[in-house]
Design a protein around this ligand. Sequence first.
Ligand code: MSP
Length: 515
Amino acid sequence: MQTYYVSTPIYYVNDEPHLGHMYTTIAADILARYERLLGKDVFFLTGVDEHGQKVQQAAEGRGIAPIELANQVVERYASLWPELEISNDDFIRTSSERHHKAVHAMWKRLKDAGAIYKGFYEDWYCVPCETYWTETQLKDAECFDKHCCPDCQRDVEKIQEESYFFRLSDYQERLIDYIKANPDFIAPESRRNEVLSFVEGGLRDLSVSRTTFSWGIPVPDDEKHVIYVWIDALTNYLTAAGFPDQEIPKHWPADVHLIGKDILRFHAVYWPCMLMAAGLPLPKRVFAHGWWTVEGEKMSKSKGNALRPADLLEQYDADVLRYFLLREVPFGQDGDFSHIALKMRYNSELANDVGNLLNRSLAMLKKYNGSVLGESGEELEMDRALIADVEAMQRDVDEMLHRQAFHLALERINQVVKHGNRYVEDNAPWGLAKSGNTARLNTVLYHLVETLRLVAIQLSPFMPEKMGLMLQQIMNVDVDIAALRLLDEAGWGKLKAGHACQSPSPIFPRMDLDS
Ligand code: MSP
């Protein structure tokens, strides 16, 4: 069976979950659900990043041990994901024994390959970003005088320590060749170009151990060093897949690592070079999405405007949030979250388009034929056009989701829904009923219900709960969304004459714009 592996970043445990974490995890869930629909053996991984100075400092600030802080925050993530209908197959913690073992195995492979050496390190370090900067980099970003981080503008500290280094510079040419030979490796394209010019600008060896704090995985046989948090964190993708017990795990290489644009360099430069050095295959794709602002402002702790998933879930159904986040902003671009935008999008595309098509179709079926699909008559051009549109949508969505163009996939499905609503107007079933044209009425109602069924299947990765309800009304049985397979379900004509649907029951009631 063909495998599919999608991952989210592992989230730092020094902060509570917010909109940004929720976004990537939902996106990954949609891909995982879609690939399961295709019948693949899917591995969907998320988890938490527990080590590093940042977490140690946050724990110290609260007067607790880092592992206690981690345990508390892990609980928040682990309880949030089911509420957002996240169907992850595994949840990785970097403090776990299996991860410790994998990181040691990775270190050993790098060491055995001659890619790690001991040296002396002097540089500038940004604790919040866990990033090292050279003097030149600070100068280039006009940050040297202020000693601030070129990324986040906060203070950087000068660090001098004995350190292990990874020979990143040795992999510069190989990485450039790889990126050029694999145009889909880094997406979107603008990010790919960014990474290419960064690598072409020259790679320096990377310091991969610390002696200034202790919360991490010790370097094998040199325990005063802790392994750099990014070497530790990136290895999670292999740990959960079964490394090192399986040298190349069944699901490896990952099909796509979904990440935010701020952590692209780690995933598109350090990680592939580490894997090359370790002699392991590279992930097929790294997709860096954009950042959300909230009502036009950057989310920040100090402003206290970070959107908490738990608060959003009090106001909106999980499915509505899932739909909005992936529909509103092209994946890869920055976007703004606003309540009014969500409500307007919901009212127009979910209440007015999908909800309306479902309600009116099932209501007419009930009124004119006791909810039973009758024998269809002759197929007209307009019927064939609707079928052709549904089938083209299925192909388009497949292509779009394989390049993570979620918003285009949703737009394409919406076009079919709009087509369905136009088809109702064009055929005016109420007129057919009045004139006693039963054969045509049956044909029209059949095409509507079959369109709705296929639309619901395409939307099910995005809105599993709502689409479960929609399919239940159409199929008249409880539908296990997770068990659906396109091969069995996606052909036009699966519903047969004589099939009874349920009475319509609104799944997308209109929202009040003022509340
Ligand atoms: N622990 C690292 C990742 C290691 S992966 C091997 C980390 N963690 S994080 O918790 O700080 O961030 C996780 C993700 O949240 C990043 O992908 C980041 O881009 C994302 N976001 C943080 N704020 C965001 C927004 N405002 N909008 C969208 N995503 C944002 O980095």
